[in-house]
Ligand binder design. Structure first.
Ligand SMILES: NC(=O)c1ccc[n+]([C@@H]2O[C@H](COP(=O)([O-])OP(=O)(O)OC[C@H]3O[C@@H](n4cnc5c(N)ncnc54)[C@H](O)[C@@H]3O)[C@@H](O)[C@H]2O)c1
Length: 338
């Protein structure tokens, strides 16, 4: 009998790649997703890659009756909690919606887990929890001081998970703080289906290269970095997906709370990424310098040594692979999932 794992937000960018890795590791997968930022087509593509389907339920995690039904139907061995809203600027404008989808949804999910005695969870957190005060490279024990609503919504869930484990050490909780996941499955069948206004660098690069946008705005070129543009720790989404499976496996026997950075441990500037993308795609990407965005930091990247020592995980794929896979997904699916 295969173990069944619930993946919330499993049709989304991180969730879909993680489903592929879970199926490859011989788990059965059940997805709950409200498709607010994804399409069921992603789940068909997962089946195409894996040769096995995921079961899925459309609905919102804040719907207690839905969770009651799903948890009664399946005996889950664990939950990967990837559902959430993630657009930083939008969160500043709509804090209540962000706290509802990120915090309230997590509380409702944890209630359902407790009620059905499912105590293993991996939570999608973010490097944005560190904020301005932390020293680079960020270590997991650095003080948290997120400077955005989005980052605070992630920190609040982390606090809840921390308190839960304090109150009852029989929980097995993994918190994964991703840095900047990019790229796509090498098949080109699943990837980041960026909708609405695109905020992140890689989807923006892809859209300029495919002709959907005229140019790439580069926010700030007067940062104290080697070429003046912002520096981030980009890592391949398949490395992120592998990190989830390894964490889930670790938590099968280890209880308590494990918090890990998922990053490569090195930063790339915007200009370095643009050049790598141009090489991988064979396309020239026109760009223009514009003023810094409020809240953006100059440079940050992970200290990724804990994930390596605890899980034996490290990011294996380099920047050229990230760019080549992102471009394959974009050029094979110019309009995303349709
Ligand atoms: N992609 C990144 O750069 C990044 C970085 C750090 C952390 N994260 C976190 O990782 C998680 C996954 O990110 P992603 O990039 O895959 O985002 P995504 O938007 O592609 O996927 C999130 C999925 O959750 C679903 N969803 C949202 N709210 C829901 C709700 N209340 N009930 C049910 N489903 C809901 C969406 O429809 C979507 O399919 C998010 O929690 C995000 O905050 C992402």
């Amino acid at each position: 009998m295969r173990q069944k794992i619930l993946v919330t937000g499993g049709a989304g960018y991180i969730g879909s790649h993680t489903c592929v890795e879970l199926l490859a590791a011989d788990y059965d997968v059940v997805v709950v997703d409200n498709f607010s930022n994804s399409k069921p087509a992603a789940l068909d593509r997962i089946a195409q890659i894996s040769g096995r389907s995921v079961l899925w339920h459309e609905g919102d995690l804040r719907d207690r009756a839905l969770l009651q039904r799903v948890f009664s139907q399946y005996a889950f061995a664990g939950v990967l909690h990837c559902a959430g809203l993630k657009a930083i600027a939008e969160a500043q404008r709509e804090p209540l919606r962000y706290y509802q989808h990120n915090l309230e949804a997590s509380l409702t999910l944890l209630d359902a887990m407790a009620a059905h005695d499912v105590r293993r969870m991996v939570f999608s957190s973010s490097a944005t929890v560190y904020g301005e005060g932390a020293r680079v490279p960020y270590r997991e024990e650095a003080p948290l001081a997120p400077n955005t609503v989005y980052g605070r919504s992630k920190m609040m869930v982390e606090d809840v998970l921390h308190d839960l484990v304090q109150s009852d050490p029989s929980w097995h909780i993994g918190i994964l703080r991703y840095f900047n996941p990019v790229g796509a499955h090498p098949s080109g069948l699943i990837g980041e289906d960026a909708r609405g206004s695109v905020n992140n660098l890689m989807p923006h690069l892809c859209q300029v290269a495919i002709g959907k946008r005229a140019e790439l705005p580069i926010f700030g070129h007067d940062y104290p970095t080697p070429d003046g543009t912002g520096v981030r720790d980009y890592l391949h989404v398949m490395d992120v997906a592998e990190g989830h499976v390894k964490t889930l496996q670790y938590l099968a026997t280890e209880s308590g709370l494990l918090t890990l950075n998922l990053g490569t441990g090195r930063g790339y500037s915007v200009l370095e990424v643009v050049r790598a993308f141009e090489r991988a795609s064979g396309k020239r990407v026109p760009s223009r310098y514009v003023p810094r965005r409020q809240g953006d930091l100059a440079s940050y990247y992970a200290d990724a040594t804990r994930a390596s020592s605890v899980l034996g995980w490290h990011a294996k794929r380099d920047l050229s692979e990230m760019c080549a896979d992102a471009w394959r997904w974009q050029s094979n699916n110019p309009d995303g999932y349709i």
